[in-house]
Design a protein. Structure first.
Length: 363
């Protein structure tokens, strides 16, 4: 018998490519660093944008004009996106409405009001042309009720921003829709987009604008609808503004049996459902296991932050999904809908979830 040594099998293409010698070429993070070094706007899939202009609108409001990279898929008037900024080495993100309609040059406009202790809004005001920021894809269905039917827009303060985008879109298409806009601000100096809206009134024959200055006439009230727009109940309506203002208008529509006509876009965090149960629950997370406590009625995001943790978040109002987290066990209540979760494993949003039992999270 003649014994022969069999030849070693040849490696497959996949095995060859996985050889340690090729490791640098298979490292997505390394490629990302390389492309960023060549051009900060380039990425393998991340949506980034270059700041083109930073325009002063009022003493407390600026508009950022951004040029997104090729990964941005576009948007519809009335939608919003997340702006992410790195501040002191930590990424922070907030949700902002797009305040202009899609343009041929591809530029996006975010109109941002700086808050006294608004970490992201103040940083956004300091952005300079040429700087690169991260943004999300656009989302939201705020303008889903917009059609050729008569429309009522109700806004206050920075709540005007999605209205600007929608009206800009109407102007681009020369729409003749019957639109009434009611906008409340402290005075004419705080009226965001005042000159732009006056131009829209000239372009859109069906547009009527009612400005309400609270410094002179008191705060805009839901009851003012009857005086300013007598046929308000016959119109589809869009609403955006501070929480207390929006809640008053929503109650007004609900009492009239017209909630189905009203589409709301929250500006800032919406008030949650009142939970009269003040019991405290243990929230465990991590390996080795750590624990903090949260009250029923308190969001898990707030409780985690109060315990010194820094979970990822964005809009803080249940829209952007940035704070989505895996719950291993326990029951939580949705602060917006009142719906109870199952006791088992599932994804939840920390900003709108409050514990109803002991909860284990994958933070």
């Amino acid at each position: 018998m003649i014994l022969t040594e069999s030849a070693a099998p040849k490696p497959s293409l996949g095995q060859w490519l996985r050889h340690p010698a090729w490791a640098p070429l298979n490292d997505a993070a390394a490629w990302q660093r390389l492309t960023t070094a060549i051009n900060p706007l380039w990425s393998l899939g991340e949506v980034r944008a270059r700041v083109v202009r930073n325009v002063i609108e009022t003493p407390h409001v600026r508009s950022l004009w951004l040029k997104p990279n090729r990964h941005f898929r576009g948007f519809q008037p009335g939608q919003h996106l997340m702006l992410e900024l790195e501040i002191a080495g930590v990424r922070h993100s907030r949700c902002y409405s797009l305040s202009a309609a899609p343009r041929r040059d591809g530029l996006l406009r975010l109109t941002i009001k700086a808050k006294d202790r608004g970490l992201v809004s103040l940083a956004a005001h300091r952005l300079e042309p040429g700087q690169i920021v991260r943004i999300s894809q656009a989302s939201g269905d705020f303008a889903s009720k917009v059609s050729t039917a008569p429309l009522l827009m109700i806004s206050a303060g920075s709540g005007i921003t999605p209205m600007l985008s929608i009206l800009d879109g109407h102007a681009n298409t020369a729409a003749t829709t019957d639109i009434c806009l009611i906008h409340g601000a402290r005075d004419s100096g705080d009226w965001i987009g005042a000159d732009e809206l006056k131009q829209r009134a000239l372009q859109l024959p069906g547009l009527k604008i009612h400005f309400h200055g609270s410094a002179e006439s008191g705060r805009l009230r839901a009851q003012d609808l009857h005086t300013l727009v007598p046929d308000w109940a016959d119109r589809n309506a869009l609403l955006c503004g501070p929480d207390d203002f929006m809640q008053a208008v929503e109650v007004h529509y609900a009492e009239a049996g017209l909630s189905s006509r009203l589409q709301s876009e929250s500006f800032g965090r919406r008030a949650a459902l009142i939970d009269t149960d003040a019991s405290t629950h243990a929230i465990t997370h991590g390996k080795p296991e750590q624990m903090f406590t949260a009250n029923s009625g308190q969001s898990l995001l707030e409780a985690a932050e109060a315990a010194g943790l820094q979970p990822r978040f964005g809009c803080r109002r249940g829209i952007c999904m940035s704070c989505q987290c895996r719950k291993h066990s326990g029951t939580v209540k949705n602060l917006l809908t009142g719906q109870l979760s199952s006791p088992g494993e599932e994804l939840i949003q920390l900003c709108i979830s409050t514990p109803q039992s002991a909860v284990e999270l994958a933070l």
